[in-house]
Design a protein around this ligand. Structure first.
Ligand code: FE
Length: 196
């Protein structure tokens, strides 16, 4: 990134965000598809619509600055999405645990975007780019709302995920006890894990 002035840095950061948002429009449908909770899936679908709008708002910001919308590879978002897609491939998680993991990955994305939009909004203020300030502020607010919504969903889903773990370890303990009793009775081990 070569930027000699704040204005150039501002434009570079906008290009980075433009690429980040475009990457997200491709990742969000996969996150929705990988979610078991209908509320979580709905939240991702809703955020996909918002994200498409974030892309067009950035195009308006570019237009207002007399710049063509140009994307510059956002390696930060690429890394976050890569981590998220590795989670989506996991097939030995219980559904609630997987949802909890997906929420964690999605919140990392939101926090990254909140930092990015907070930065460009401040640059726009310093540069007196009022139209850009209000457009970027609108998106920043939506990112914060999404993060908040994910926190609320996590409050519910993380509890369900922790209950899954408890129930499973109780099951195993129960089976072990039963197996020990059988071993004692029949002199052989008969311990089976239930099919996942
Ligand atoms: Fe966004």
């Amino acid at each position: 990134m070569k930027a000699h002035s704040l204005k150039e840095l501002f434009i570079e950061e906008l290009r980075d965000l433009y690429d980040a948002e475009n990457q997200l429009t491709k990742a969000l449908p996969k996150m929705a598809e990988g979610s078991s909770s209908p509320e979580l899936r709905e939240a991702f679908e809703e955020h996909l619509e918002q994200t498409r709008n974030h892309v067009s708002r950035l195009e308006k910001v570019f237009a207002g600055l007399g710049e063509k919308p140009k994307a510059e590879k956002c390696k930060g978002m690429e890394g976050l999405i890569k981590e998220g897609s590795e989670l989506l491939k996991e097939d030995d998680f219980d559904s609630e645990v997987k949802d909890a993991a997906i929420i964690g990955a999605a919140q990392k994305v939101e926090h990254y975007e909140i930092a990015g939009y907070g930065t460009v909004r401040t640059f726009a203020e310093l540069l007196g780019e009022d139209e850009a300030v209000s457009l970027l502020e609108e998106t920043l607010e939506e990112e914060k709302e999404t993060d908040q919504k994910l926190t609320e969903l996590a409050d519910q889903i993380n509890v369900e995920a922790s209950e899954v773990e408890d129930a499973e370890s109780e099951d195993i303990e129960g089976e072990e006890l039963e197996a020990d009793q059988q071993t004692a009775k029949r002199g052989r081990t008969s311990r089976k894990r239930p099919a996942a």
